[in-house]
Design a protein around this ligand. Structure first.
Ligand SMILES: [Zn+2]
Length: 380
C-alpha cells in the first residue's frame, strides 16, 4: 500500500512537471494542434506536379483512399506505378514504418498522393524527429561539434513547428526545398545529426509561448541583421541585429564578385519588359545591409528591395546583402561579407561558439533575443 501510495505521489509530481511545460490551454485551443512530442506528424511536400509516380516498398503495403478512409489495397505488392489520370482522389501508402521509395527518393513514414489541377502532388507524412533526421545533414555539416548540431536541430524543429501551426486546412505543412528548409529523406541521414535530433527531442524556442520563426543562415560576416531590413513588412521582436565576432573562419566571411551591366540588364528584362539601357545604379543601406536598389535606365527608374535585387541572380552570385559596390566601365565590383540572408543564427558563428565550449542553448540565446527554450517533451 505504502509503495502504491508513493507511486501515486510520484505520478502527481510527474504530471505537475509535464503540465508546467505545456503552453497555455488557450494557445492550444487556438491552434488545435498538440505541440511538443516528436511523435507529432508533419506533412512535407516532396514532389510537385508529377505526371507519373513510382512507389517501391520493402514490406507489406496498405493503400487507403483518404476521403472516406477505405482500404483499396492491402498486400505484398512492392511496386506501384501511378499516372496523373489514375490519381483522382487523395491516397496514402503505408508500410508499417519500413522505408519507402518514391520516384527514387527513400523516406521514412508514409506517402500521400494528392491530385491538384490534374497533376500529382507527393507528400511525405512522418514524425517530427524523422523529418529532422532528413533536414539536418542538408542544412549543416554533420562533422561539426555536437553542440552546434543540437542548436541546429532545435532551430530546425522550431521552424517546422512554426509552419505546422501556421498552415490552415492544406494537404502539406511545408515543402522540402530552400523555400522552407531542405529535406532530402533517409538517404542523407548521418549518425551524428540523428543523435543531435534525439538529444534535443521536444526542445523548441518560443516567444510569448509560440514557436518562433527560427531563421538561420551560413555566415553573417560580422553582424547579423534585423528581419525588417531583408523582408519588407516583417519585423519580429526576436530577430534583431547581433554583433557576431565568431564567423571569421567561414570561407564566405568576405568575398568579391563582378556584376556586369549586361548581367544586370538580362536579369531586369525578365521582370520589367520596358527596361532600357542602364544609366546608373544607386544603393541604399541600413544596418550594414543593402535595403534598396535604384536603377536609372533609358526608359525610367526601377526601385526594388536589396533582397529582390539579390535574388534576381544565381544564389551564389551576390552571397549576401552586406556589400559595397564600386562602379567600373563594365559594371559593378561588389565587395561583401557573409553568405545568406543574415537573419537569426549564423551557423559558422555557432560552430565557433561550440568550439569555445558554449552549449546549444547559450548559442541560441545569443542569436535569438528574448526567447525561451522550452522542453515540451518528456520522452527523452
Ligand atoms: Zn556570424
Amino acid at each position: 500500500m505504502a509503495i502504491a501510495h508513493g507511486f501515486r505521489w510520484l505520478l502527481l509530481i510527474f504530471f505537475i512537471i509535464v503540465a508546467g511545460c505545456v503552453p497555455p490551454p488557450e494557445y492550444l485551443a487556438r491552434t488545435g494542434k498538440r505541440i511538443g512530442l516528436d511523435n507529432d506528424y508533419i506533412k512535407v511536400l516532396l514532389l510537385k506536379d508529377q505526371l507519373k509516380v513510382e512507389i517501391v516498398t520493402t514490406a507489406k503495403t496498405k493503400v487507403t483512399q483518404l476521403n472516406n478512409n477505405s482500404i483499396i489495397y492491402n498486400g505484398d505488392a512492392k511496386r506501384f506505378v501511378l499516372f496523373d489520370n489514375q490519381v483522382l482522389q487523395p491516397m496514402q501508402f503505408e508500410t508499417w514504418n519500413n522505408e519507402i521509395q518514391v520516384s527514387g527518393i527513400t523516406v521514412r513514414g508514409m506517402i500521400q498522393l494528392h491530385p491538384v489541377v490534374g497533376k500529382i502532388q507527393v507528400v511525405n507524412v512522418l514524425k517530427m524527429n524523422e523529418y529532422l533526421y532528413g533536414v539536418l545533414p542538408s542544412e549543416i555539416m554533420p562533422g561539426w561539434p555536437v553542440e552546434v548540431l543540437k542548436a541546429q536541430a532545435v532551430a530546425a524543429r522550431t521552424y517546422a513547428y512554426y509552419h505546422l501551426m501556421k498552415t490552415g486546412a492544406t494537404y502539406f505543412d511545408l515543402d522540402g526545398t530552400h523555400n522552407f528548409q531542405v529535406y532530402k529523406g533517409k538517404m542523407v541521414e548521418t549518425e551524428a545529426t540523428n543523435k543531435a535530433v534525439d538529444a534535443t527531442a521536444g526542445v523548441i524556442m518560443t516567444y510569448n509561448n509560440r514557436p518562433i520563426l527560427a531563421y538561420f543562415h551560413s555566415t553573417c560576416g560580422g553582424k547579423t541583421t534585423d528581419d525588417k531590413y531583408v523582408w519588407q513588412g516583417e519585423d519580429l521582436p526576436y530577430l534583431t541585429s547581433v554583433v557576431c565576432p565568431y564567423c571569421k573562419n567561414s570561407p564566405n566571411y568576405s568575398w568579391q564578385v563582378e556584376l556586369t551591366l549586361n548581367e544586370i540588364y538580362e536579369a531586369l528584362v525578365k521582370r520589367y519588359k520596358a527596361v532600357g539601357k542602364i544609366k546608373s545604379i544607386t544603393l541604399g543601406r541600413e544596418d550594414t545591409r543593402v535595403t534598396v536598389v535604384k536603377i536609372e535606365h533609358a526608359n525610367g527608374l526601377i526601385r526594388m528591395s536589396g533582397n529582390d535585387f539579390r535574388l534576381m541572380f544565381d544564389i551564389k552570385k551576390i552571397k549576401s546583402l552586406y556589400f559595397e559596390a564600386k562602379q567600373t566601365p563594365t559594371g559593378l565590383i561588389l565587395t561583401g561579407y557573409g553568405w545568406g540572408h543574415g537573419v537569426g543564427m549564423c551557423q559558422w558563428g555557432a560552430k565557433e561558439m561550440a568550439e569555445q565550449g558554449k552549449r546549444f542553448d547559450q548559442i541560441l540565446m545569443y542569436y535569438y533575443k528574448g526567447i525561451r527554450i522550452m522542453v515540451y517533451s518528456m520522452q527523452k
